[in-house]
Design a protein around this ligand. Structure first.
Ligand SMILES: [Zn+2]
Length: 276
């Protein structure tokens, strides 16, 4: 069955902000939306993302734990009730930070295949970030949408599974500027990242306590608090401030749109009056 994926630009921006928060390790999240099955092809629409807190930070591997998956199912169910529109988990995304290409690893394909066994339309997105063109040193970002195939499907890159590229379209018509629900992921993102930093900080302090007869060394406290403060300041500068600016721009755009619609409405009302 042929598959096509439509991505809401708001969701693309939100995923991108998440994947740009660190160039050292992978980040991960789930994708919510809906799907339609046609006779010749299926269409998956990705409406929003759910950034997930990492329990483990690795450069080349990231995973979604069962509790996070279950919480996200509840979140999707609540959204469906709240908006009266279909929201379910249709995919996952993760980043390939510095020096890793955009292609799924063997582990990514194994994970993807497990999801596909539950839902054949389930897709994976990979954002390859912090790359530089060798010719002009300009930064670039690559995005791919994939599924896992098997040798039976005519794909045989790896021993067990293979990479099946799925057409991905960023569709501006899916953008809904006046719906607060589309702002939720981007506004929750800093909460997730700050929570991760706080957990790391407390873990470092706890390790220091264990290795120093249940006491935190003053030098360790100063050192780790310094690192924690530096990371928080960096997040405010590189994540919160650009997001705030973007939301302010969107607010201005929405205000202009409302004014234009008011003028159109007045014109239509006047037209109606003159016709009667
Ligand atoms: Zn990967």
């Amino acid at each position: 069955m042929n598959l096509q994926v439509l991505l809401n630009p708001e969701c693309y921006y939100s995923c991108l902000c998440h994947t740009l928060t660190t160039e050292e390790e992978e980040v991960v999240g789930l994708l919510l939306g809906s799907s339609i099955e046609n006779e010749n092809y299926n269409i998956v629409t990705i409406k929003l993302n759910k950034p997930l807190k990492r329990t483990d930070k690795k450069k080349d591997r990231t995973e979604v734990n069962p509790q996070q998956l279950s919480n996200c199912l509840d979140y999707a169910e609540n959204l469906t009730k709240k908006t009266n529109k279909e929201y379910r988990i249709v995919g996952w995304y993760h980043s390939h930070p510095k020096h890793i290409n955009v292609f799924p690893s063997e582990m990514d394909l194994k994970t993807q295949m497990q999801y596909q066994q539950m839902d054949p339309n389930f897709v994976g997105l990979i954002f390859s970030t912090f790359n530089q063109e060798s010719t002009n040193n300009q930064g670039n970002i690559r995005v791919t949408c994939f599924q896992a195939g098997t040798s039976k499907d005519g794909y045989s890159k790896y021993e067990d599974f293979a990479h099946k590229k799925i057409p991905l379209y960023i569709n501006p018509q899916l953008q809904t500027p006046l719906q607060p629900v589309s702002f939720e992921p981007i506004s929750n993102l800093s909460g997730v990242i700050f929570d991760e930093q706080r957990t790391s900080y407390l873990q470092f302090l706890n390790n220091s306590k264990i290795s120093n007869s249940n006491k935190i060394h003053t030098s360790d406290l100063i050192y780790y608090s310094g690192i924690y403060q530096k990371k928080l300041a960096m997040l405010i500068e590189t994540l919160n401030y650009p997001i705030l600016q973007n939301l302010q721009d969107r607010l201005e755009y929405t205000k202009e749109l409302v004014e234009k619609k008011k003028i159109e409405l007045r014109k239509l009302k006047n037209q109606n009056k003159s016709e009667y």
